[in-house]
Write a protein that binds this ligand. Structure first.
Ligand code: FAQ
Length: 319
């Protein structure tokens, strides 16, 4: 058989790597569609981490104790770090962070639907940690085995930090649910409000998920949206018992025939509205993000000027 050349050789190598469930690295040849799919998912993921700082940052000044404040600040900083690893990992695919940021600010890139809901009480910090970070871990642990090396490696560290986040949210709710009747009611109210949106984080139902099939064939996604949603509901159902709180969904049950957790209907019209920019906080989140970007212009300019000065000095030393 004649030896394959150019793109044919690249495609054969790519197919073999995917078939043996190994990793594609930045310098490897990859199909344009695979590169595009990764840039789409990874940049959306990075934007989600950055926008996702807003609902919780809103509570840093009002945390009920110094300890809670320190924990919340550390968590919000972790999310910033996750955004930065993910932007760096995405840059290995040939797009710059400036380009990704421009896409977000122009409203051309998505970020997770969940961050368009308001955090109205302290119990929301518990519900976000328990449910939003819980959903993020359920989705992201399989991504540690994604076929693109830099994405998979970034996920390993992110998942470790997310599990701490999930535990701290659980612990906030546990304390509230064992507090006064008012505190317990506040915890239950937060769980009621975050339940549906957190289940929708996994994306549309499998029958309405245009990217899943190809993404799974490329070993980017390992499980379908519905499969992960079902696992997540199972985790919530068991942990809610320990919390002494109810899930606002009487249809949650483990189906003994399929061995899978089931839940009641979700409001997919609401999901579509949030994705279309009409959620409760879409406008506010983007306005804040734009203001932060504009406000940080001087830092970027100063960093660029410093880097240019260092480069000029290094060039002089060589000469
Ligand atoms: N929100 O065909 P599919 C976190 C879009 S990080 C907005 O099923 P896919 C940490 C989707 O992009 C949370 N858009 O898409 C934290 C696509 O549109 P497009 C972020 C959504 O990619 C915690 C269209 O719908 N995590 O929480 C959503 O196969 C606390 C059709 O959907 C990740 O990004 C949604 N929920 O599956 C931070 C994980 N769902 O692009 C702060 C990585 C779907 O064709 C505080 N991403 N869409 O125009 C993924 O695993 C996947 O991209 C899915 C969607 C599962 C999100």
């Amino acid at each position: 058989m004649p030896e394959l050349q150019g793109d044919d050789a690249g495609q054969a190598h790519f197919d073999a790597v995917i078939a043996r469930d190994s990793r594609i690295e930045p310098t490897d040849w990859m199909p344009a569609d695979y590169r595009h799919a990764l840039i789409r998912q990874m940049s959306q993921h990075a934007h989600s981490e950055i926008i996702g700082m807003q609902p919780e940052a809103n509570w840093i000044t009002r945390a009920p104790s110094l300890k809670r404040k320190a924990i919340l600040m550390a968590k919000v900083q972790d999310e910033a770090g996750h955004g930065l690893y993910l932007y760096s990992a995405t840059e290995t695919l040939g797009i710059t962070r400036d380009e990704m940021t421009a896409q977000l600010l122009a409203g051309k890139a998505r970020y997770s639907s969940i961050f368009n809901y308001p955090a109205v009480t302290w119990a929301d910090m518990g519900a976000i940690g328990w449910m939003v970070d819980g959903a993020a871990i359920t989705n992201q642990v399989p991504l540690c085995r994604a076929s693109y090396g830099p994405y998979a490696r970034a996920m390993v560290r992110i998942c470790k930090e997310e599990s701490f986040h999930q535990r701290q949210g659980f612990e906030i709710l546990l304390e509230l649910s064992h507090g006064t009747p008012g505190q317990k009611a506040m915890a239950q109210d937060a769980v009621n409000r975050w339940y549906g949106p957190s289940l929708m984080m996994f994306g549309p139902p499998d029958t309405d998920s245009p990217n899943s099939q190809q993404s799974m064939a490329w070993n980017i996604k390992r499980f379908s949206n519905d499969e992960l949603r079902s696992r997540f509901v199972g985790m919530l159902a068991e942990q809610a018992k320990v919390l002494g709180l109810e899930l606002p969904d009487p249809a949650v049950r483990l189906n003994p025939d399929t061995g899978k957790w089931e839940h009641g209907p979700l409001d997919w019209d609401e999901f579509k509205n949030v994705l279309a920019g009409r959620g409760p906080c879409n406008a506010q989140r983007m306005e804040r993000r734009r203001a932060a970007h504009d406000g940080g212009a001087w830092v970027r300019e100063a960093a660029a000027a410093y880097a240019a000065k260092q480069a000029a000095r290094a060039a002089q030393e060589v000469a």
